[in-house]
Design a protein around this ligand. Structure first.
Ligand code: IPM
Ligand code: MG
Length: 360
């Protein structure tokens, strides 16, 4: 049966990188590997400009009616002056919340061909394969009360609230443990239990839930130490599970271990297996429209979509192999360029992946 995909390219480099990912999907469609129907929608600043709303009701409705959503990126300086409720990021957060996408999977894998592109020594990062499982619909991103109020003195007060219920912690821990069972069976839960009661509870729930997974080796780190360990000895990690905000920060850090944030895909899943797939990098307004952005994170996000929402693991593997092959061929976008390689633009990189795909 044909699967429905909603494509929301968004802002900045979003449309450029999504166009390359779509070429890959179309190539798979053309050779009969998958059967999909594609609809396009507006999100972020582009949606605000067209409809006055970073998440138009039609986009959310179309997303709910889809098997999967492919997203480019949102945001840019143009929309920064807007009230926070109208900013492009609200579109992304609204889709996450609206679809109940509580489980965000952010793999940080170092392609051996890119060992020199990392700012860390090759021996520290070679062979790196970490899965960060970030809670995505709770925590300080969504907690109430929130906002900025003016006190009687005239001074302003800014408030955000870190809040988790036990069931929210339990379900994200289960996702992490299930994934770890298919990998190295090691999970590190990251919290700030020495200071924040909410994450003290997080740790307790993580331990209690792990009782159902006796084979899992569960460890705990405070987030400050986790950040340090990620750059000191990242290969000690298999799966990491953490809160919304800690996961946001640690996944950018982990991305750099792999050479470039331009390489990392992500999947955000709800309880029904419906998912949204996006590169973990942002809209990169500084390079938007110049045809130099790295489309590989978005192309690899398509692979995750095929694996987690479209039940096409074979096609996912073909994409991953094709990406590895173009790296073997020495093709590099500017962000992963190193001596002796051939620098290519966004479109040429996408074309090369499609060509490699057609060989397998
Ligand atoms: C991410 C991004 C988003 C986040 C922004 C764009 C709202 O940084 O997906 O990591 O903070 O979650
Ligand atoms: Mg982030």
């Amino acid at each position: 049966m044909s699967k429905k995909i909603l494509v929301v390219a968004g802002d900045g480099i979003g449309p450029e990188i999504v166009a390359e990912a779509m070429k890959v999907l179309q190539a798979l469609q053309a050779d009969g590997s998958i059967a999909i129907s594609v609809e396009e929608g507006l999100i972020g600043g582009a949606a605000y400009d067209a409809a006055g709303d970073p998440l138009p009701a039609e986009t959310l409705a179309a997303a709910k009616a889809s098997d999967a959503v492919l997203l480019g990126a949102v945001g840019g300086p143009k929309w920064e002056p807007l009230h926070i409720s109208k900013r492009p990021e609200k579109g992304l957060l609204g889709l996450r919340a609206g679809l109940g996408l509580f489980a965000n999977l952010r793999p940080a894998i170092l392609y051996p061909q890119l060992a020199d592109a990392s700012t860390l020594k090759p021996e520290v990062v070679s062979g790196l394969d970490i899965m960060i499982v970030r809670e995505l619909t709770g925590g300080i991103y969504f907690g109430q009360p929130r906002g900025i109020e003016t006190l009687p003195s005239g001074e302003r007060k800014g408030v955000n609230t870190l809040v988790y219920t036990e069931s929210e912690v339990e379900r994200i821990c289960r996702v992490a443990y299930e994934i770890a069972m298919k990998r190295g069976k090691k999970v590190c839960s990251v919290d700030k239990a020495n200071v924040l009661e909410c994450t003290e509870m997080w740790r307790e729930v993580a331990i209690k839930t792990a009782a159902d997974y006796p084979e899992i080796a569960l460890s705990h780190l405070y987030v400050d130490n986790a950040a340090m360990q990620l750059v000191r000895a990242p290969k000690q990690f298999d799966v990491m599970v953490t809160t919304n905000m800690f996961g946001d920060i640690l996944s950018d850090c982990a991305a750099m271990l792999t050479g470039s944030i331009g390489m990392l895909p992500s999947a955000s899943l709800n309880a029904d297996g419906q998912g949204m797939y996006e590169p973990i990098h942002g809209s990169a307004p500084d390079i938007a429209g110049r045809g130099v952005a790295n489309p590989l994170a978005t192309i690899l996000s398509v692979a995750m979509m095929l694996r987690y929402s479209l039940d096409a693991p074979g096609a996912a593997e073909r994409i991953e192999k094709a990406v590895s092959q173009v790296l073997d061929q020495g093709l590099r976008t500017a962000d992963i360029m190193s001596a002796g390689m051939r620098q290519v633009g966004t479109v040429e990189m996408g074309d090369a992946v499609v060509a490699a795909l057609n060989e397998h």
